[in-house]
Design a protein around this ligand. Sequence first.
Ligand SMILES: [Zn+2]
Length: 563
Amino acid sequence: MKRVFTFVFALTLIASASASQPEKVKPVKNIILMVTDGTSISAVSTARWLKVYRTGDATAPVTLNIDPWLCGYVRTCNSDAPIGDSAPTTSCYVTGHLSRAGYVSTYPPYKGKDNIEPVDSTRAYAPMASILEAGRQLQGKALGMVFTCQYPHATPADCSAHYYNRGAEQLIADQIVHNGFDVVIGGGNYYLTSESESYLRTNGTKVYRNDISGMRSDRSNKMWALYGDVDMDYDIDRNPEEQPSLAEMTKTAIGKLSKDKDGFFLLVEGSKVDWAAHANDPAALPNEFLAFDEACGVALDFAQRDGNTVVIVVADHGNSGFSLGRRDLGDYGHKSLETLFSQVNKFKRTADGMEMLINTQPFDSLRSLFKTYEGIDLTPDEFNLIVNCKDYKQSPIPVEMRKSDKTSPLYSSYLSGIITKILTKYTPFGWTTGGHTGEDVFLAVYNPNNQRPLGYTTNIQLAHYIQKLWGMNGKMDSFTDQIFARHKEVFAGFNMDIKKSEKENVWPVLTVTNPANGKSLTAKAFSNIIEVGGKQIQLPSVITYVDRNDMFYLPKDLNKYLK
Ligand SMILES: [Zn+2]
């Protein structure tokens, strides 16, 4: 009896644990993954109230483009910590495995009882294949990425590269160039070396640098369009004649990718919602999210017309402990929408944008710039902090004579820090940290077949849902083993030599020789090019290298060239 009871109880548990996940997921042609980086639900609610304030209709049932499709919460975390970092969080969505802070689609080392899910220690530091790589190599899908940070930054890197250190941006950048993307639009001109640019051009990809009209008139299917040296400007600081909106970038990418008869995967990242939260910038945060939501509108419109596209909108972690309501405001709980948002609505520049403005305009315009762009009449305290800040280039006070009042609650050692504090003072917003937070994030999914995760979903379950959309669930690890095998196993019995350069940004080269017939092969790390008998061959996947275990990871069948 007891055994029967236990069995039934266990069945009930399994049923209730998976109730939020759709049992059958019909495969679709296209997947659009939209990640709003570092976005707590309070930031979404605040952005929605700001939009309501602007449209003047609080009775409208739907105000954000994502609203009709919100369907649950997602846990986001690292493999060994509940508060997620951008590298492992989106890595999990596209690979199905948790990993450690800083790890870009790379398997974590074992960390004992701190592991949140079981970790296979033999896979430490190995690349984990992404659904994008599987889609392109197994099903001929086109791939695209759209974002506003630099392209080797964490989230786009998660979808296009593999390394245990997100800080190694040049290594990641070079790898992305060689990983078969059809459309890349975002920031990061600095990282695109002339060698990378010529590789792209030689392979039929159009490249536009800070060239919005070039991007707009391009009719090709393969295009890179980069804006800014590193990141693009925040949406409200953006000059629309120089930089496109995230919505336009999304529309451009979909226009090109949707020409592929096999389908496509597009990542769209609202990269700098996260940066706004890190900076505690009350002008940047809601406006940057609204710009992301506009891009969601573009993707959702396409998906609903297309009928064979799933759109997944999700954040990768919370950030800043942002709140609508702040302790020192006393009775803020009774204040009207007008009282809470009239000032917020006047912000026309982020703190970064304002810093740029006041640093390039004469000192006598300081007060009027704050009035015009932020709707603020600077108080003597605010004025004094700015003119005494070392970063303020137009100050009439010589740098060595500047003395900031460090006891002021608005004090910061840097100018944009002072500006964010001034702006925040005029809002009902609060912040508890300048770092990430560990609460669940929102999930919105549009699926033409209405098969969606509902309720609470772990990041791993969300990855499995995405895999099911392309019939890849349960097949990802064996695909990883196929394209990222260890060179010492692939070439066992052959002579192997790894050459490392002292020079910066010159990656290791592996040379393998078959002693039986003298045939040899060279493979350059973070590239998809090998050389066999003086001939270059382009592989469908990128070759990576990990210094920690002195290992190249490359296709399992590569030894066929030496036979
Ligand atoms: Zn993030």
